[in-house]
Design a protein around this ligand. Structure first.
Ligand SMILES: *Cc1c(COP(=O)(O)O)cnc(C)c1O
Length: 311
């Protein structure tokens, strides 16, 4: 399954801010691994798809919002690897479909809409039994690929770096699954910093701790004996999930012009903004920092459509 993916390049970022701070800054471009199944989402899907294949499921059902990168990637991966996919979408149907959902449909995904109250019960037995009655034998992947299989895939992200020495890794966090997986593959002299993009992510620390404990107890492979410390910085969510302001938009546009690296507004853009701000403030001690570009560029179309409508 992995053969269709390109190795993600590492690029150095040089500008006045990195120059003044004495930091060497790099970015790992997971967004360039595949045009459609890109970013961290493939790592979270990989072992879910492998388990589905091994257990001879042909239908995969998963959940997400109307602009979800996970829905987009699952539809594309299902199409590539020969699974029928069903996407349970939060909220009601809006026609014409936005670019994320029309892509999913083009890739053969069947969409089912779920009101927000029902959607909240998505991981209950009750609802899953109903889906099974309706669609037959289905392999269910939780929203965002947030399970132990998802975490397992993320323990492999750093393999793409080779023996490159890095002191600190920074990435954007939604559920924290990617951070938890990467942390298990780093050494104790390294550090990983997550930038939550949701407002009020206080629950996240406990969730990452639980996920990590469950993972270790499950006996799945852990790449290192003494994993790295991780930490969350809560100051750069810009008002919450999917919320943007002009400053963030301008930052992402300027960054793209200067470095030829596109950033998504929902995740990576907020993290890179945060890192640049912290660099300016002298937060990091000298060393090598690696940013992880987790992809998600498809979502920019939706955000820009919404901004145009507001005008
Ligand atoms: C889903 C997603 C994340 C968040 O990953 P988690 O494992 O849920 O923390 C980060 N960046 C992008 C682009 C994503 O699509």
């Amino acid at each position: 399954m992995s053969s269709i993916f390109l190795p993600p390049p590492v690029q150095k970022i040089n500008n006045q801010i990195t120059f003044n701070s004495g930091i060497e800054l790099y970015i790992l471009r997971l967004d360039l691994m595949h045009p459609e199944i890109n970013g961290n989402k493939w790592f979270k899907l990989k072992y879910n798809f492998l388990e589905a294949q091994e257990k001879k499921y042909s239908n995969i059902l998963t959940f997400g919002g109307a602009y979800s990168n996970h829905i987009f990637a699952t539809a594309a991966a299902g199409n590539n690897f020969g699974f029928r996919t069903i996407g349970v979408i939060r909220g009601e149907e809006n026609l014409p479909l936005n670019s994320t959902l029309s892509f999913a449909v083009k890739k053969g995904m069947e969409l089912v809409y779920c009101d927000r109250t029902t959607y909240r019960k998505k991981h209950t037995q009750e609802l899953q039994i109903e889906f099974k009655k309706r669609f037959g034998k289905i392999f269910i992947i939780p929203e965002g690929g947030c399970n132990l299989n998802g975490m397992r895939g993320c323990t492999e992200i750093m393999q793409h770096l080779g023996c490159f020495d890095i002191d600190t890794i920074c990435l954007a966090c939604g559920t924290g699954t990617t951070l938890a997986g990467i942390a298990l593959s780093l050494h104790s002299n390294q550090k990983i910093i997550g930038f939550p993009v949701l407002k009020g992510s206080d629950f996240l620390e406990a969730e990452i701790t639980n996920l990590t404990q469950d993972y270790i107890q499950s006996g799945l492979p852990v790449p290192v004996n003494n994993p790295a410390h991780w930490q969350l910085i809560y100051d750069y969510h810009f008002g919450g999930y999917g919320k943007v302001n002009q400053e963030l938009i301008n930052f992402c546009r300027t960054f793209q012009q200067e470095h030829h690296i596109p950033l998504d507004y929902v995740y990576t853009g907020k993290m890179v903004y945060g890192v640049m701000d912290l660099l300016k403030k002298g937060y990091f001690s000298p060393g090598k920092i690696l940013l992880i570009h987790t992809g998600g560029l498809q979502g920019n179309i939706g955000i820009e459509e919404k901004l145009l409508k507001k005008r």
